[in-house]
Design a protein around this ligand. Structure first.
Ligand code: HEC
Ligand code: HEC
Length: 170
């Protein structure tokens, strides 16, 4: 019976998106109660809008190619749900450091990219992560690239090499 199958999969989908719906409920403009709970924030402003928070979290998720549960711990009281305020997962604390680092990069080194609202967003998580939670230096898996060669890039001119003749020195 196709109808029953459809209902079943709808139910499954419903369970899967249950966590997301909780967020949506908070976001909803016609929600009766204004959000009262205090965020466990060490980096973000306490008065951030739900929409902005959602956007940031979606960016983290996409930038690292992970799910929310990569940084957010399971709830101890509500099995199958994430406790977004919990700091039980070390990845969340690393993410905070990364947020501060990313801010610093933009503020200290990217000011020339400032737009009219004094915002600099030249560098964000995705600049380095590109959908990978582990963007640390990886070299192609062939024998010749076990790590950076001592003394720098092999392709470059030899140290002390002369500039090509005719080039204008600066
Ligand atoms: C890369 C790690 C990371 C990922 C992935 C991530 N988050 Fe977060 N999230 C954080 C950090 C860090 C904070 C706390 C920010 C702070 O301390 O200022 C946070 C805070 C939150 C909060 C506020 C909790 C509170 O204390 O009120 C919510 C809600 C939240 N995240 C939802 C989500 C959702 C939904 C997803 C998936 C779409 C997600 N997060 C994915 C790192 C992450
Ligand atoms: C300048 C480059 C850069 C930027 C920008 C950056 N990261 Fe990272 N991130 C790294 C590198 C490199 C590592 C791996 C560090 C290691 O394990 O040696 C890493 C590791 C992490 C990890 C730990 C992954 C693990 O499981 O060990 C998290 C979580 C993370 N980044 C979140 C973020 C978030 C969230 C942002 C944006 C706010 C961000 N990063 C911005 C370079 C960056």
């Amino acid at each position: 019976m196709p109808l029953i199958i459809q209902k079943k999969s709808l139910l499954t989908v419903g369970v899967i998106v249950a966590t997301a719906s909780i967020i949506t409920a908070f976001t909803s403009r016609d929600n009766q109660q204004p959000p009262q709970h205090k965020h466990n924030f060490k980096v973000l402003p306490q008065d951030i809008s739900r929409d902005s928070l959602d956007m940031i979290m979606d960016h983290f998720k996409a930038a690292l190619g992970v799910k929310c549960g990569y940084c957010h711990a399971q709830s101890t009281t509500n099995p199958g749900h994430l406790d977004f305020s919990s700091d039980d997962k070390p990845e969340k604390e690393i993410a905070r450091k990364m947020m501060v680092m990313t801010n610093d990069i933009n503020q200290k080194y990217m000011r020339f990219n400032e737009d009219s609202t004094n915002q600099t967003e030249a560098v964000s998580c995705i600049t380095c992560h590109r959908g990978d939670a582990h963007p640390e230096a990886k070299y192609p898996a062939d024998d010749h690239h076990q790590g950076p060669p001592p003394g720098g890039a092999p392709q470059g001119p030899p140290p002390g090499g002369n500039p090509p003749p005719g080039g204008n020195g600066k």
